[in-house]
Design a protein around this ligand. Structure first.
Ligand SMILES: [Zn+2]
Length: 346
């Protein structure tokens, strides 16, 4: 196999492992039989990541022969992946025991074999209700497959709900790192992506004041990306730069929900709009700011259409806003002169 082809298949195996898609099984099965040990190893690893999503028995059947692979790293990753399948991997226990006893087996392979064997046996004990393992986050007793899956992924015990949260949290951090490149817009604002640069430049060209907050925080377990805030309009702009990535998408929907609950107005721009981002921004802005005066005009020209004290806000805060408290927008405005405003996230 030539290097380019091997690289392509390796990338494919990795992507399938991140896909959280049960339909990838047949393709992964093919990749476990690749002539490239690298591809076989990554395919085994991907199967382990899909534990709880793909068919367990079929996956174990695919992984077991890989325990006898000529390449130690393939054996190692097959053992690791089997651990993730918990009780379903019981038929592999004798194979794992043989590997452990084999004096010729590599130490690093044996370490993975021991870990996988322990996880599978503990999952069997949980299934037989001879023991109870509690979720490290919420304290709920976990099922055998929940135990195995989270042990494999995090070396911790989580229930499925907390597993998803922890998984997403981690992924969001990784996504953030990927996005955490700095790009300077023409007006000097340092932003994190080319899309954000276009937004900053277009806002500047339209004479709209904005703040770009590049601080980064975790809200309810979600990593929140920097965004634009338009104080004149009490409006946020979010550029969703990786909407093709499933986990990013989940995080994006969560964040949009948080905005809504906090009564914030958000203008969303998406990666697929990137080729015509300036036009998309202008179009959506005009929709959001239908009732707003041009930026240089005095605010609240038409008081009847705006709640008192709010500048050019074309809609009342949604039901999620807490009465009696300042809206986040009001808090924002009060702190508008502070370089790093608090209270922006719920
Ligand atoms: Zn839990």
């Amino acid at each position: 196999m030539n290097v380019a082809n091997e690289r392509r298949l390796a990338a494919r195996a990795t992507a399938l492992g991140e896909s959280a898609d049960a339909n990838t099984f047949a393709e992964l099965a093919g990749l476990t039989r690749s002539e490239s040990p690298l591809v076989r190893r990554l395919a085994a690893s991907a199967l382990g990541k899909l534990a709880g999503i793909v068919d367990s028995a079929a996956s174990v059947d695919l992984l077991r022969p890989l325990l006898g692979d000529l390449h130690p790293q393939v054996r190692q990753y097959a053992a690791k992946a089997l651990g993730a399948f918990g009780t379903a991997a019981e038929p592999a226990l004798p194979d794992l025991r043989d590997m452990y006893r084999n004096p010729a087996e590599r130490d690093y392979v044996k370490r993975s074999v021991v870990t996988a064997g322990k996880t599978i046996r503990e999952a069997l004990r949980i299934a037989e209700q001879q023991t109870v393992q509690a979720c490290r986050k919420c304290g709920r007793a976990v099922a055998a497959d929940e135990y195995a899956r989270s042990q494999k992924a995090f070396q911790r015990t989580f229930c499925d709900v907390c597993f998803d949260e922890v998984f997403l949290e981690r992924r969001n951090w990784e996504t953030q790192v990927e996005l955490n490149k700095t790009v300077q817009a023409a007006n000097g604002t340092v932003v994190q992506s080319d899309g954000e640069r276009l937004i900053a430049e277009e806002l500047a060209a339209m004479g709209i004041a904005f703040r770009y907050d590049n601080r980064f925080r975790i809200v309810k377990g979600y990593a929140i990306r920097p965004d634009f805030y338009l104080p004149e309009f009490d409006l946020y702009i979010e550029y969703w730069g990786m909407e093709d990535n499933l986990d990013y998408r989940i995080g994006m929907l969560e964040k949009q929900k948080l905005y809504q609950q906090a009564g914030k107005r958000v203008l969303s721009l998406y990666a697929h709009e990137r080729p015509r981002l300036r036009e998309a921004l202008r179009k959506k802005l005009s929709r959001h700011l239908r009732l707003a005066p041009p930026p240089e005009a005095p605010p609240a020209r038409n008081a009847a259409e705006r709640p008192p004290g709010r500048v050019a806000s074309s809609s009342p805060p949604p039901a999620g806003a807490t009465p009696g408290e300042d809206s986040p927008g009001q808090q924002q405005r009060r702190r508008a002169s502070a370089p790093t405003p608090e209270g922006k996230c719920p």
